[in-house]
Design a protein around this ligand. Structure first.
Ligand code: G3I
Length: 367
């Protein structure tokens, strides 16, 4: 009942209503704030002001890492390694055709969305990997008996879906992955080559550019890091594409190296392409070490990682270095190269290895 008398102290009658209103308002604000803090997506994290991300950004390059969806969405230590040490992510497998469009016209965005959402929540860039490749194609695509017209339509549907969904969020793409034969200067006769002819590369790049004119379009390859016939063939390919005005913006040097065989002239070969006005990256860096990884080899691996990052810093338009996995526990190497291991900057238990110091050392030097 209003104004009922009581022996307890009461503020002056005149202020009591205002005080009550203020108290109620405070309670409302607190409750609403609590709800919003839980309901709203976490604002982008402040970019780290120290450590590798800060050093990389000071040099104007990305330091990236390939990520797998399951640990990225479930393992907090995995997440911390990514957010505390890198400025960009590449989906190791989630954006590949077999995962994105496992059946024709059925798209599974769960994996790519998880990677892109995580990146945006943590202020990381995303590099799209990969569109035209000979591996990890779904069977409906790989085994189809396609006419050129049908395959063009299939390719356009895939690109419009994938590039369209992440337009403005994924700002660079490996459009063409590993176009050359493993060890030689001839184009790999993959599905695209067989059905569309060797000019499939120009056609795919032009299609991707038409769909997302803002995206940086890359050709990504291994075995071109140390010169030789494959490097020369890649150089001839990109020179021809550029001369014809085909929209190509960069070349990824994958950098899957063997300990003790990291090319000393890596910068020289990246610079050849950079001198054409192209961006270059080391896109999938790992340095595999023979089992068991001895202390001396790990120390030498430190120098090898330092050398690769230093090479990027020396080359104009080298826009980044990405390592191909968060930790040795998640590396593709042991499965694909039995007898080799310990290829990445973090060990099986997410502990930093000397290789991480090597990258830090390179980035700590003034340009
Ligand atoms: O997802 C299935 C899982 O359901 C199944 O239980 C398991 C059984 O082995 O296989 C899983 O698929 C594996 C897939 O990675 C996802 O983990 C495939 O077997 C395996 O072959 C595949 O390997 C990937 C490889 O590309 C395929 O060629 C590696 O993770 C990936 O790191 C590697 O990455 C490529 C780049 O995209 C292009 N450059 C070369 C690089 C190394 O090959």
């Amino acid at each position: 009942m209003r104004g009922a008398a009581s022996t307890r102290w009461h503020p002056p009658t005149r202020g009591r209503g205002a005080l009550l209103t203020a108290g109620v308002l405070c309670m409302v604000v607190l409750v609403v704030s609590a709800i919003l803090a839980v309901a709203l997506p976490h604002p982008e994290q402040e970019q780290p002001t120290r450590g590798l991300p800060h050093l990389a950004r000071a040099h104007g390059i990305d330091l990236g890492v390939a990520v797998a969806v399951n640990p990225l969405t479930h393992d907090t230590r995995y997440q911390s390694v990514v957010t505390e040490n890198y400025t960009s992510v590449t989906a190791e497998n989630a954006m590949k055709w077999e995962h994105v469009q496992p059946e024709r016209s059925r798209f599974d965005w769960s994996g790519p969305d998880a990677v892109v959402d995580f990146a945006e929540r943590n202020g990381l860039d995303v590099h799209g990997h990969t569109l035209l490749w000979h591996n990890q194609q779904p069977s409906w695509l790989a085994q189809g008996d396609w006419s050129a017209q049908e395959l063009r339509q299939v390719l356009r549907e895939h690109m419009e879906a994938l590039l369209g969904r992440y337009q403005g969020r994924v700002t660079s793409w490996d459009v063409i992955n590993e176009p050359f034969q493993d060890h030689g200067p001839r184009l790999r006769e993959n599905l695209w080559y067989q059905v569309l002819g060797e000019d499939y590369i120009a056609e795919a790049l032009s299609m991707a550019h038409e769909i997302d004119p803002e995206a940086e379009l890359y050709i990504n390859e291994f075995g071109i890091e140390g010169g030789g016939a494959k490097t020369d063939a890649m150089y001839s390919l990109v020179t021809d594409l550029l001369d014809r005005g085909v929209p190509l913006h960069g070349v990824g040097f994958q950098g899957h190296f063997v300990h003790g065989n990291v090319p000393q002239d890596l910068a020289e070969h990246m610079r050849r392409f950079s001198d054409l006005g192209l961006e270059v990256t080391v896109s999938e860096l790992d340095v595999r070490i023979p089992q068991p990884p001895r202390e001396q080899a790990l120390r030498q691996q430190e120098q090898e990682y330092q050398h690769v990052v230093q090479a990027c810093l020396e080359v104009p338009r080298c826009v980044g270095v990405s390592v191909w996995g968060v930790s040795d526990q998640h590396s593709w190497i042991p499965e694909w190269f039995p007898g080799y291991t310990a290829a990445l900057p973090f060990d099986e238990d997410y502990e930093p290895k000397p290789a991480l110091d090597g990258m830090t050392e390179a980035l700590s030097r003034r340009r």
